[in-house]
Write a protein that binds this ligand. Structure first.
Ligand SMILES: [Zn+2]
Ligand SMILES: [Zn+2]
Length: 342
């Protein structure tokens, strides 16, 4: 019997533990085929953690996954978003409206909500940052056009009814989950921990495959914030991690260590590259990530290099060279090594 290879998977549900379903929802992104939402039994309904992205048929895919778990959108008593990225918050406005439930999310969501309120301004700002980083005009123009046509992939703007902070609790039918703020990947990032079963819903803070991303420009040093959030999660000693993408995994400590190693390696590669010669952030991308990036990935790589440079600057290891003419890209260099402190 021959099978037809579907281009994209449909939404589906897997029961991970009693009262905990993983809802696997398709994404339109190359290399990231799906995002996980989680349905947590709450007695008379469910607490839904994360939403999937907003696009055609996304609501049907979520409905299909919920149906496999024996639930429906109307069963959602509370929506919690681990962070305000499109794949975790995209359908929030629709879900809140359909289910008549509250949305709980961390208050530092302006990286999404401000951009969504004025997408043109947000795009302009990103173009300014790219120009300042030395991205040549032509690829930048093409990238901006693509971005414009893509839209922002959220159903609408919805603000949290409750602003989540460390120590807040989410009651479900099978125990209480505690919230921990874990900024770095996004300023609005939180994880949920069930201490009785030592379960961690990690969002994009900790993934099965190390895959770093930090929002640039909203907080002083996303790299340092991410590292400190890894410390926060390490102390929880979670037994099983339910990540925002990919399968659940048990060796949580090994994943924390791997993330630390990856950050250290990229930071040192960035430091080594500017020690060799002054460069723009754009020029540093091949030194840190290798050459031959797809345009879609180039934007990710530039963001990461900017975050690493920013981190080196905050830790006294790099400095910006003021361009001679206004409008010229900014260059970076290593600071002179300081005498060892006693
Ligand atoms: Zn994310
Ligand atoms: Zn994600």
């Amino acid at each position: 019997m021959s099978t037809v290879r579907r281009k994209r998977e449909h939404g589906r549900a897997d029961r991970i533990l009693p009262g905990v379903w993983r809802l696997r929802l398709p994404l339109p992104w190359p290399g990231v085929p799906h995002v996980n939402a989680f349905a947590l039994d709450s007695g008379d309904g469910i607490v839904l953690v994360d939403t999937g992205i907003y696009e055609d048929a996304a609501l049907d895919e979520l409905g299909r996954a919920l149906d496999q778990a024996g639930k429906s959108l109307e069963d959602v008593r509370l929506l919690v978003c681990t962070h305000a990225h499109t794949d975790h918050y995209g359908l929030a406005a629709t879900i809140v409206e359909r289910a008549g439930c509250e949305l709980w999310m961390h208050p530092r969501h302006e990286h999404m909500t401000r951009a969504a309120a004025d997408p043109e301004r947000a795009l302009e700002r990103r173009i300014e940052v790219a120009q300042q980083s030395g991205v040549p005009l032509e690829p930048l123009r093409r990238w901006a056009e693509e971005r414009k046509s893509e839209g922002i992939r959220i159903a609408g703007l919805v603000m949290p009814d409750r602003e989540l902070k460390t120590g807040d609790e989410i009651e479900t039918g099978r125990g209480t989950w505690t919230v921990y703020e874990t900024p770095g990947h996004a300023p609005s990032h939180v994880v949920l921990f069930d201490p009785a079963r030592r379960l961690l819903v990690s969002g994009d803070h900790l993934l099965g495959r190390v895959s770093l991303y930090f929002d640039y420009g909203w907080t002083p040093d996303p790299v340092a914030e991410f590292l400190s959030s890894l410390d926060t999660v390490e102390e929880l000693r979670a037994r099983l991690c339910l990540p925002g993408h990919g399968r659940a995994f048990a060796d949580v400590q090994a994943h924390i260590d791997a993330n630390r190693r990856e950050v250290a390696q990229r930071v040192e590669q960035t430091a080594a590259a500017i020690a060799e010669q002054e460069a723009t952030a754009f020029e540093l991308v091949p030194a840190v990530f290798g050459a031959g990036f797809e345009p879609a990935m180039a934007s990710w790589a530039l963001t990461m290099v900017l975050c690493y440079l920013n981190h080196l600057e905050r830790t006294g290891r790099a400095e910006r060279v003021t361009p001679p003419d206004e409008g010229e890209p900014e260059r970076w260099r290593a600071t002179a090594p300081m005498a060892a402190q006693p």
